[in-house]
Ligand binder design. Structure first.
Ligand SMILES: Cc1cc2nc3c(=O)[nH]c(=O)nc-3n(C[C@H](O)[C@H](O)[C@H](O)COP(=O)(O)O)c2cc1C
Length: 187
């Protein structure tokens, strides 16, 4: 028996990401986001959803650049901190001890401790309701060699990423492998 409930955006789990941004010469900031996704494979485009009330919202609108930094399970506390404190008053790099590292193609710094950094240039924005969607092209990617497998692809166990379950405000780590793409045809 299923229950009919209010319409909710119940899509999960979501990848919690650390987005670094910066307004001109001002101090860099970090915002935690879960409303994010892939828009296109070619060109490589992604989107992030940010409420206009966030300090980072206008920083990205002005600079038109940001970096998506993929956190590991060890960085869960920093993910939570950057998602509960505003950069309006606090320097979140100082607060978390995370290190701003030079990016390749954008002026915004990447986060050194995150093994994957997607450098993004804003292409456009969309506003439907509570969030502004920033659509961006990924112009460079840096990846920590230690998390790559023998084929040069990220090994999920070495990466040890987080999954966010927004309904209960819970962070999880990744569980067991269930199958590989196309495994249904091998049976
Ligand atoms: C796990 C998690 C996910 C979040 N996802 C989003 C999101 O997708 N969009 C958003 O606007 N805020 C999101 N937030 C809230 C912001 O990260 C939070 O308001 C932050 O303090 C804003 O920082 P800023 O004012 O420095 O920009 C999330 C927070 C957490 C902890």
């Amino acid at each position: 028996m299923k229950k009919v409930i209010a319409a909710n955006p119940w899509l999960f789990p979501l990848p919690p990401i650390l987005v670094s941004c910066q307004d001109g010469g001002k101090k860099p900031n970090i915002i935690t986001l879960a409303w994010c996704g892939v828009v296109s494979s070619n060109p490589v485009m992604v989107q992030i959803g940010i409420r206009p009330s966030r300090y980072s919202h206008d920083l990205i609108l002005k600079s038109r650049e940001f970096v998506i930094n993929i956190p590991t399970r060890k960085l869960a506390w920093a993910v939570d901190l950057c998602g509960t404190v505003s950069g309006q008053k606090k320097n979140k790099f100082n607060l978390t001890g995370l290190t701003p590292a030079p990016s390749i193609k954008v002026r915004v710094p990447s986060i050194k401790e995150c093994p994957i950094n997607l450098e993004c240039k804003l292409v456009g924005t969309l506003r439907f309701g509570s969030h502004t969607h920033f659509l961006a092209q990924v112009v460079a990617v840096q990846v920590e060699e230690k998390i790559l497998d023998e084929n040069g692809k990220p090994d999920i166990k070495k990466l040890d990423p987080l999954a966010f379950f927004p309904i209960a405000d819970q962070y999880y780590s990744i569980g067991k492998l269930v199958g590989r793409y196309g495994f249904s045809k091998e049976q």
